[in-house]
Write a protein that binds this ligand. Structure first.
Ligand SMILES: [Zn+2]
Length: 278
């Protein structure tokens, strides 16, 4: 991807965060910090986008259309490639693909009162799609942290972005890191949770804390890190009410990695499905 375009995106959002601490993520806010020429340049290189009006049902339809055009092996390659190269924008395609594959196209289905504004299947809130949707903050987090996504708006963006990035192939070093990652998970202490695992993997993968969290959350979504009651999306779509929180304050780990402990080890079948069956 075009380096200058990426820099424009990162600078714009960073400036917005610094200048407008509380509302930096709104389109109206961050667009104050970019010139028209820079925005056009970033758009031309598929790094920034205009807002778009998309209904809940159209979001589902477009996700299914996008995922139908993507080969599993290509998103696996992208994920493994991201490990050694630290090209973080390649990382989340794997989990986004897994969620999209399991998703069934559905119409907006209100949750029981008082949450009727939330879809009982996917968890999208009406306020997320009743106004035009912006995608630039999603792309910012892809480039900055390689975040794991689970909202359907993020999934849609990620999968429609995938064919626009150059195809990549992992090398020996990337696979070496993947195997070390497996070894660390397998030899975890029974009571370890994601915070301990993050520390342990920092020795094998050049990364900051946010990147490590995103990486482990991706392994949760694709079915590798879970407990015996909360599973990822590889076998079936996890609906909004099924994505339970742990009964603690401030659990900032995504579903289902937040439920994992060392004693549950690694899901060998899913590891094989993603990384060995090809
Ligand atoms: Zn829904």
């Amino acid at each position: 991807m075009n380096k200058k375009a990426i820099k424009i995106l990162l600078n714009t959002i960073k400036t917005s965060q610094n200048e407008s601490v509380r509302d930096w993520f709104y389109w109206e806010t961050y667009m104050q910090y970019i010139s028209e020429d820079d925005f056009e340049y970033a758009k031309k290189h598929s790094v920034m986008y205009d807002q778009e009006e998309i209904s809940h049902d159209e979001i589902c339809r477009r996700i299914k259309r996008a995922v139908a055009g993507i080969e599993k092996q290509k998103v696996v390659d992208a994920f493994v490639y991201s490990l050694g190269t630290r090209q973080l924008e390649y990382r989340s395609f794997l989990s986004s693909y897994c969620i999209a594959e399991s998703l069934e196209e559905h119409s907006f289905t209100p949750s029981p009162e008082p949450n009727e504004g939330i879809c009982a299947i996917c968890g999208l809130h009406t306020y997320e799609f009743e106004d035009p949707i912006e995608f630039n903050t999603i792309n910012y987090f892809k480039y900055k942290d390689g975040c794991c996504f689970d909202s359907l708006i993020q999934i849609l963006f990620d999968l429609e972005q995938f064919p626009k990035l150059p195809v990549v192939k992992p090398n020996e070093n990337d696979y070496k890191i993947l195997n070390e990652l497996k070894g660390i998970i397998e030899t975890s202490e029974p009571n370890d949770r994601i915070s301990q695992l993050k520390k342990k993997i920092s020795k094998i993968i050049k990364s900051n804390d946010e990147e490590r969290l995103g990486l482990l959350e991706i392994l949760g979504v694709i079915g590798i890190l879970h407990d015996d009651a909360h599973f990822g999306y590889a076998d079936q779509y996890v609906t909004y009410p099924e994505r339970e929180h742990r009964p603690i304050r401030n659990d900032d780990v995504g579903y289902p990695a937040r439920w994992w402990q060392g004693k549950f080890g690694i899901d060998d079948e899913k590891w094989k499905y993603w990384f060995e069956d090809n």
